[in-house]
Design a protein. Structure first.
Length: 164
């Protein structure tokens, strides 16, 4: 799984913005969500790592001057998502007033806002929308085969990958 993650990260950083959505989605959906890297007590899930890599890509890739890094500019819905994630972080931290809750809240904040901004940036035009839909269709086929097998054999193939 680590090799798959590294390949995905390299492809996200190297490919042009409109094509980087494919390795982002493939990496996220193929690697089990239970796979986590713990550094200094902080849990880095696959989505958190991909969001960080995507944010680095956004920071390093210049957008068109008229639109910036987001197609169509930063819209009202973008501002609503930013406000929602900030308020979610604040309310979570006020409810559970402990350092561990704050660390977890920041991680969830990164997952929510970071992944939204990354996906918003990596789908700049209609061609990228088509590519994204094709990628999601391929992922549905790939992930449906083990599910169909499980219905007949009662063996969870995904369990072998996650160690469950």
């Amino acid at each position: 799984m680590a090799v798959c993650l590294l390949i995905g990260i390299v492809l996200i950083l190297v490919l042009p913005r409109a094509k980087a959505i494919t390795p982002f989605l493939l990496t996220f959906f193929i690697i089990p969500t239970g796979q986590v890297i713990v550094l200094g007590g902080v849990h880095f899930t696959i989505l958190r790592m991909l969001a960080l890599v995507g944010l680095v890509k956004i920071a390093l890739s210049p957008g068109r001057p008229a639109e910036g890094r987001y197609p169509g500019g930063f819209s009202g819905i973008d501002r609503a998502v930013v406000v929602w994630t900030i308020l979610t972080l604040i309310t979570f931290c006020l409810r559970f007033q402990e350092m561990q809750a704050w660390i977890n809240g920041v991680g969830v904040f990164l997952e929510n806002l970071g992944s939204y901004l990354v996906i918003r940036s990596l789908i700049p035009d209609r061609e990228a929308v088509r590519r994204t839909l094709k990628t999601l269709a391929v992922l549905c086929v790939i992930e449906s085969v083990p599910m169909i097998i499980e219905q007949f054999t009662h063996i969870n193939i995904f369990g072998y990958f996650t160690g469950a």
